[in-house]
Ligand binder design. Structure first.
Ligand code: UT7
Length: 314
């Protein structure tokens, strides 16, 4: 029982869509620049819901699709770098909104953009302690709340949304890779004005993160293939963090990965941080792209500078 099985997936995307043309009315940018440099055409923006409420909507869909009994859950893990509250964990509010039983422990996990993959790994560990139980994992991000809407170098990149999955333990292999490199100053948002300067605003050195992302993606893929003894041709689906379509295409070009096996939704969603890989899985599942037994290789990267990769059977 070494791997995880996705019993159900779900996602929530706020109804408000902000296009590149809308952004060009707000800052000195253009649809041409954003589309050519990032592959993004639009993003969803949350208005009126808390992060917990977005997360709960994605969870409800995943729970309904899984058909499980709420009493079967052992934990609710919320990946977010945009919590509603520092205390208690935003996951506790999601717990209340969903009416989960008392024995379900709920906690937040902040590993920035790779957070959903880290949360899957942590949830697997918790289920190994309770092999008869299931886990609810959700990644929900409210980046529009954390952006400087006058900074064209960041505000055009991010969007809001949530993705969730109900997991159980399964037979099979579960390969994990990841780590943290120098470069905390390349992508950050300060939590308080304590040290002076801006706080609660995303700052990014785009080119530095771009270079790290290209390296981390390749390293993670190589490590997962080595651990599993698989080749790129054996992998059925690739899901990479949706930060920039150029990063994904560049790495796929270099490694000769068939783009037909690579799921992308960045065009319409932008970068939703840790929610991006969760939403990708939910959309792939909804579109019937994932069949039992097929292999899925996922890699996400971001602030830290941190990355995480997983390889498992759907
Ligand atoms: O989720 C976490 C992980 N995040 C990432 O992986 C992001 C990685 N980085 C990137 O995706 C890219 O570096 C960006 C999309 C952020 C930026 O693209 P770039 O090709 O690296 O552009 P740049 O930062 O080198 O800027 C090129 C030019 C600059 O003007 P000058 O100095 O050449 O005159 C910028 O001021 O583009 C300018 N610029 C813009 N122009 C129009 C920057 N942002 C914009 C904009 N519209 N929105």
């Amino acid at each position: 029982m070494g791997s995880i099985r996705f019993e159900g997936t779900g996602c929530y995307l706020p109804p408000k869509v902000l296009t590149n043309d809308d952004l060009a009315q707000m800052v000195d940018t253009s649809d041409e620049w954003i589309a050519a440099r990032t592959g993004i055409k639009a993003r969803h923006i949350n208005e009126g819901l808390s992060n917990a409420e977005m997360a709960a909507r994605a969870c409800r869909q995943a729970l309904i699709r899984s058909g499980i009994d709420l009493g079967d859950l052992c934990c609710l893990v919320l990946s977010t770098s945009t919590p509603d509250t520092l205390l208690p964990a935003t996951a506790c509010e999601v717990h209340h909104l969903l009416g989960l039983p008392e024995q379900v422990i709920a906690f937040d996990l902040n590993a920035a953009c790779p957070g959903f993959l880290v949360a899957l790994t942590v949830a697997r560990g918790m289920m190994l302690q309770h092999p008869d139980k299931k886990a609810l994992v959700v990644a929900s991000e409210f980046y529009s709340d954390l952006l400087d809407w006058t900074d064209r170098s960041t505000c055009v990149l991010f969007g809001d949304g949530a993705g969730a999955a109900v997991l159980s333990l399964a037979k099979g292999d579960f390969f994990v890779t990841g780590g943290t490199r120098e470069g905390a100053e390349a992508l950050y948002a300060k939590a308080s004005p304590r040290d002076g300067g801006d706080f609660h605003v995303v700052k990014m050195k785009g080119q530095q993160v771009f270079k790290f992302a290209v390296r981390a993606l390749q390293d993670a893929i190589a490590d997962l293939l080595e651990q599993s003894g698989m080749t790129l041709g054996d992998v059925d689906h690739f899901v990479f963090h949706q930060a920039n379509a150029r990063i994904i295409r560049h790495v796929c070009d270099r490694l000769c990965i068939d783009l037909a096996k690579v799921f992308m939704n960045i065009r319409d969603l932008g970068n939703t941080s840790s929610a991006s890989s969760a939403i990708c899985l939910a959309q792939m599942d909804e579109q019937g792209l994932l069949r039992r037994g097929e292999s899925v290789l996922m890699v996400c990267f971001g602030a830290g500078l941190a990355w995480e990769g997983l390889l498992f059977e759907w």
